[in-house]
Design a protein around this ligand. Sequence first.
Ligand SMILES: Nc1nc2c(c(=O)[nH]1)N[C@H]1C(S)=C(S)[C@@H](COP(=O)(O)OP(=O)(O)OC[C@H]3O[C@@H](n4cnc5c(=O)[nH]c(N)nc54)[C@H](O)[C@@H]3O)O[C@H]1N2
Ligand SMILES: Nc1nc2c(c(=O)[nH]1)N[C@H]1C(S)=C(S)[C@@H](COP(=O)(O)OP(=O)(O)OC[C@H]3O[C@@H](n4cnc5c(=O)[nH]c(N)nc54)[C@H](O)[C@@H]3O)O[C@H]1N2
Ligand SMILES: [Mo]
Length: 767
Amino acid sequence: MSGAGTNSKTRTAAHWGVYEIIPDDAGGVSIRSAAEDGDPSPIGLHMASDALKRVRIARPAIRRSWLEHGPGSNQLLRGREPFVEVEWDVALDLLAGEFKRIRETFGNEAIFGGSYGWASAGRFHHAQSQVHRFLNLIGGYVSHVDSYSLGAGKVILPHVVSGLSPLLNQHTSWDVMASNTELFVTFGGIPVKNAQISQGGPGRHRVVAGMRGMEEAGTRFVNVSPVGDNMPVESEWLAIRPNTDTAMMLAIAHVLHKDGLADFAFLKSHCVGYERFADYLTGAADGIAKTPAWASEICGVAAGRIETLAREMASHRTMLNISWSLQRAVHGEQPFWMLITLAAMVGQIGLPGGGFGVGYGAMNSVGNDNIRFKFGDFPQGQNPLKTFIPVARIADMLLNPGSVFTYNGKSHAYPDIRLVYWAGGNPFHHHQDLNRLLQAWQKPETIIVNEPYWTPTAKRADIVLPVTTSLERNDIAAASGEDFVVAMKKVEEPFGQSRNDFDIFNALARRMDVDFSEGLDEQGWLRRLYEVSRENAAAQHIQMPGFDDFWHQGLFDLGPQAKPIVMLDDFRRAPAENPVSTPSGRIEIFSETIAGFCLADCAGHPTWREPTEWLGARTPGDGRLHLISDQPVRRLHSQLDASPHSREGKVAGREPIHINPADAAVRDIADGDLVEVFNERGRLISAAVVSEAIMPGVLRLSTGAWFDMDHDARIEKHGNPNAVTLDIPASSLSQGCSAQTCLVDIRRLDPKQAMPVLAFEHPDFQA
Ligand SMILES: Nc1nc2c(c(=O)[nH]1)N[C@H]1C(S)=C(S)[C@@H](COP(=O)(O)OP(=O)(O)OC[C@H]3O[C@@H](n4cnc5c(=O)[nH]c(N)nc54)[C@H](O)[C@@H]3O)O[C@H]1N2
Ligand SMILES: Nc1nc2c(c(=O)[nH]1)N[C@H]1C(S)=C(S)[C@@H](COP(=O)(O)OP(=O)(O)OC[C@H]3O[C@@H](n4cnc5c(=O)[nH]c(N)nc54)[C@H](O)[C@@H]3O)O[C@H]1N2
Ligand SMILES: [Mo]
């Protein structure tokens, strides 16, 4: 049984926190963080700001050539010619007609509705569920699998230990680690900036408190990372070249193996395939012993420290953690597989405070101990079509219809897409090599975007439909792994003529003679989703109040689980009774399944493989640096980039790039200078932050600056790293995104050559 909130404040929830809304004297609202949150995020404080209203879409708008000459006209001009604003009925009639044409001429296989993206918090007005439900009702669409967050990781984990969601749900909790963990080694830090976020709304931000609790209890932290400022507690920083962690972990494993420090009993009782892997480790299989000296050449960490770290791991209660960023890279499966292999060798999986974590710090939810149950979802229905793409293969699909790709051991063909519908995502934020996406984006005949804001994607659509924000509608927030269920109350009227995604799809569905709403309006759906949730909660003996009481109270606190969470403790105790969900029921250090796929780029056990671009691939005289494009401190992805909080983080109006003093000095770059970052894929303008917190040879440019391309000069002006990143799959196993594999050149830019940033300007409209 857990407690309910009893006051009746007006609240909202966003992916970055729970907030209270207070009406102000001027008829607007002001926003402050929920009192229950001890470590709130400032990201949401400007959600109602005028700066954001200035980038809103007011009316439905259609690209001029599409309106005047029909679908497929002058696709080259997407993003470069004026829009014509039209009445809702005109836009919806045209859209219904276009769906009819596409379905009759090409079939539903020609519709891409994968529509990846985070949209906003709230179980009902969830843009992806809304668009998928609509497309399912009209006969289906080409969908996507996996996420940009976790592509390689999501595919590899079920082969090795367990599905991602069950694993994330049972991460050993912070208090258990405070009581037990002596050594915490993390590959990629614990970036507290990232822990501001949980998809669907973090209740109490607790990662900093969790880590401070560990620090006070005496846990020692080692951060293996190209950057040194991604830990909220005192830690030892081992600077590692990006994309080389697998080599370092192999060398630690080599020491454990050679010196007999590995837990051979655990490897025998709970794992399969260690012998095959050990042949690779020792070099019996390929003639190369994976020693610390070997790894040091690759990863840049001193061999002596690799050796001592291995001994420290074996002699202490050790938790090993990995950031999701490591698998967002070419061969990104390998560090995840290797981390679990290493944890198995240390032999503490299932012990309190030992074992591994896949993403402490990636989101607030990882390591939370709150009660879990399934909250009601807005039903998407069934997709009659089975055609899909791995999410990050969008440009490949549009450019190469009919060509074949492999995914998780099977072959598939790319469909021939004529119509693209995007609701709740920003591909001109999230995709790699945006110059390539610009080419691919010219292929479809019709591109429709539902958006509240004039994002770079909205500007490049044919039909733009203005959508409300979560402040302009009622909803319920309940995030997996978070403790609050929140009544998200409408506090503002819809901007301009914007409508809810639900109302847009309902109006379209009526024109196409399908039943989208089931006769329910917003309130009706909220009650239905809440009742489903209440029943699921009751099955776990959690008594939630009735809907009206909940809506009045505004917040329900699930509270902690009765028993401390220790990941895989059941499996450790009795592996036969509580097997992990691999084919063997044990941790698979060698996977017969993956070996059976016979892939050139992924063997049956974790392997060091050189990525396509990395510091070790440079030839003498090659001045390229490795670009990391991490998650931004001051926003979520591209969301709220126009807000005062995000803009405060810019330097000379550009998203700044972090560079080591040594790299800056040889290029005559000073702190605050404008710089040009470039490679064969593209060019961008940023401004330098010279910092000791980034290792030599590496640059860091966070994602999320609204893509601002000058098409004539062929340069991105706002500092969006995806102007230069690499759009190739992590491997033929997962086809995951590999944004973190990227070499670039950088040079100082004459300020006279810097063009103005137009990212937050509206497109042109035809009078
Ligand atoms: N280089 C590089 N690129 C990356 C990454 C990286 O590490 N490096 N990370 C990747 C990762 S992990 C992710 S998850 C992706 C994120 O990529 P996205 O999820 O596409 O990014 P967001 O900016 O969150 O886009 C959400 C969009 O939904 C809109 N929106 C908000 N509410 C609503 C609504 O109610 N209805 C509608 N219709 N729209 C709404 C917002 O205005 C915004 O434009 O980026 C990926 N891209
Ligand atoms: N504020 C904020 N928080 C966010 C998000 C956001 O947009 N803004 N996005 C959310 C989303 S959708 C996701 S998926 C998660 C993503 O979480 P992550 O993928 O873990 O986040 P990143 O910030 O890309 O990277 C984490 C750290 O890994 C380091 N790193 C990069 N490459 C390497 C490498 O090769 N080796 C090692 N050892 N370290 C490396 C980076 O320097 C960085 O400090 O974050 C979530 N949290
Ligand atoms: Mo993500």
